[in-house]
Design a binder for this molecule. Structure first.
Ligand code: HEM
Length: 517
């Protein structure tokens, strides 16, 4: 003690050096992690690992991913650090297939950064892990079955009709429209209707509270992104400071809205074709089983119903809006593809008396290919992660991962790897045609993830997008307005692919489609 006091008195510089050295050693403690396992790695920074430029919005996340992917080329996997936590980036599609599908039992979990105790809206499918996730996923899977989705077509059509009408009013002024914003209005109304049974009319309401909630998560903001990174890597602070995913005011709004809907329906025996109704029916079934002694507790309690309605909103709103925005961008810049889409929709609708039905949607094969290629080129979620629940030996290697290891699948980079998609920047729906499908390499198409934890809403999203495209293309020709920065450049302020300056499209009314509905 005496020695330390003397040192402090006499030699500030020595003290500073000792403290700095101890700090440095602490902050770089993990930096030998991958080298000691013979894994090629991307050199990390003290404390920030390889997260500095994304956390502080210096470079777009997809670009950072591309740099890491390219410098690890030739490897099946490589080491990176999310702040101080070592993570394994997987480049080899066969290994991706192992992790996401074949050896899924080792990788059932996601790295979760919410605390179910302090955050009442966090008990949902995206956050749940282990057996809790399995039980919830099994219960919610039938909610997205073809039978249930079919019953929602009418609601989606009504929202799409309102969108077409609104675009007609706006386009009449001869001005271009920012399509991501327009499509965000549409997808929010669709999710409002199909998840909550509400007529949100957010396309007409710039102050829609639901839209504000969606934007809290997805809109570009440096602070928001830093908060996200902090949440992901300093989870213990969540508990300590009782941090919630969103301001309490919004949380209370979502809880009150959902609980109000549930109470009204229970009291008035009111039914509607939407996700809340389906979850209420699951609860009723559980209550029966509880009475009969077949189960010991209710899974679909108020908290679980609210959290999942909320996650359908978060997961289904921006992803779908963003994809529709990119579809309109690609169709505007590729007029021959646009014409082919128009012809297909026109032909299919003629066969079905102008009605958009489940069967008609299934016949729109080229529209499907266009959506598939859009999601390949512009995946809204650029990476997914898994966490091992027990030790795992990477097949055909000596690498043994301990329990709790985090695996990252770089979706964007795989989708843009010319070995799997030649000329990757070219928009080419034919890659996914019946004749060409067999050339695709397994586990290289991942916009919805893969395996048992694949996006539960993917068929809902595809149906919604097909309806919107069919409705819009029967009314308008799309042309890219010069206000759009093309080729697109992406914002560094968000982890999602958000084009700087937006996507501006001129909507030119078609004049020869009087028979269409
Ligand atoms: C174009 C639209 C969409 C895209 C690109 C997309 C993408 C994704 C991705 C990449 C995942 C992670 C999968 C994994 O880890 O393997 C995911 C999970 C999820 N998505 Fe989507 N999604 C979309 C639309 C939707 C919609 C419309 C809903 C609900 C209505 C939804 C609900 C969910 C849920 C609940 C999960 C978590 C599944 C689980 O962990 O079991 N998504 N999505």
């Amino acid at each position: 003690m005496y020695f330390i006091l003397e040192l402090l008195k006499n030699d500030f510089f020595v003290c500073f050096t000792i403290i700095a050295t101890v700090l440095y050693l602490l902050l770089t403690k993990n930096h030998g992690y991958w080298a000691s396992r013979n894994v090629k790695f991307i050199r990390p920074l003290p404390l920030f690992g390889n997260s500095f430029s994304t956390a502080f919005s210096i470079a777009p996340a997809y670009k950072v991913q591309q740099e890491q992917y390219n410098s690890l080329k030739g490897q099946r996997y490589g080491g990176v650090w999310g702040f101080w936590k070592p993570k394994l980036l997987i480049l080899d599609p066969q290994l991706i297939e192992h992790i996401m599908i074949k050896d899924f039992s080792y990788f059932t979990d996601r790295e979760v950064n919410s605390d179910v105790e302090t955050d009442p809206l966090s008990r949902h499918l995206v956050n749940q892990n282990g057996n809790d996730w399995k039980i919830l996923r099994t219960k919610l899977t039938p909610v997205f079955s073809s039978g249930k989705l079919k019953t929602m077509i009418q609601q989606i059509m009504e929202c799409s009709d309102a969108c077409v009408e609104l675009i007609a009013q706006k386009a009449a002024a001869g001005k271009p429209l920012e399509v991501r914003e327009e499509m965000a209005g549409l997808t929010m109304d669709v999710i409002g209707s199909c998840a909550f049974g509400l007529n949100l009319n957010s396309m007409n309401d710039p102050n829609s509270k639901f839209k504000k909630i969606g934007k809290l998560v997805f809109a570009p903001s440096r602070a928001g992104k830093l908060r996200l990174a902090m949440r992901a890597h300093f989870g213990f602070l969540l508990k300590l400071f009782r941090w919630k995913r969103m301001p309490s005011e919004f949380g209370a709004f979502v809880i009150n809205t959902v609980m109000g809907i549930v109470k009204y329906r229970e009291e008035n025996n009111f039914h509607r074709n939407d996700f809340i109704q389906l979850m209420m029916e699951l609860r009723k079934e559980e209550e029966k089983q509880l009475k009969n002694g077949n189960i010991s507790k209710i899974v679909m309690d108020d908290n679980t119903i609210t959290s999942n309605a909320f996650v359908f909103l978060l997961a289904g709103y921006e992803t779908t809006a963003s994809t529709l925005g990119y579809v309109l961008y690609e169709l505007s810049t590729n007029p021959e593809i646009q014409e082919k889409v128009y012809k297909e929709v026109e032909d299919v609708l003629k066969k079905h008396n102008g009605e958009i039905t489940w069967e008609a949607l299934n016949e729109m094969k080229y529209v499907e290919m266009v959506i598939t290629e859009t999601l390949r080129k512009h995946p809204p979620v650029i990476a997914v992660a898994r966490q091992s629940v027990r030790p795992y030996k990477i097949p055909n290697s000596d690498l043994e991962l301990p329990e709790g290891s985090v695996i990252v699948i770089p979706i964007y980079s795989i989708h843009h790897d010319p070995r799997y998609y030649p000329d990757p920047e070219k928009f080419e729906p034919e890659r996914f045609s019946e004749e060409n499908k067999h050339k695709l390499v397994k586990s290289t198409y991942l916009p919805f993830g893969d395996g048992p934890r694949i996006c539960i809403g993917l068929r809902f999203a595809r149906m919604e997008m097909k309806i919107a495209i069919a409705k819009l293309i029967m009314k308008y020709k799309f042309s890219l307005n010069s206000k759009t920065i093309s080729p697109l450049q992406y914002s560094e302020k968000t982890i999602f692919l958000v084009p700087i300056g937006g996507i501006w499209v001129d909507f030119i009314p078609r004049t020869h489609n009087k028979d269409e509905k």
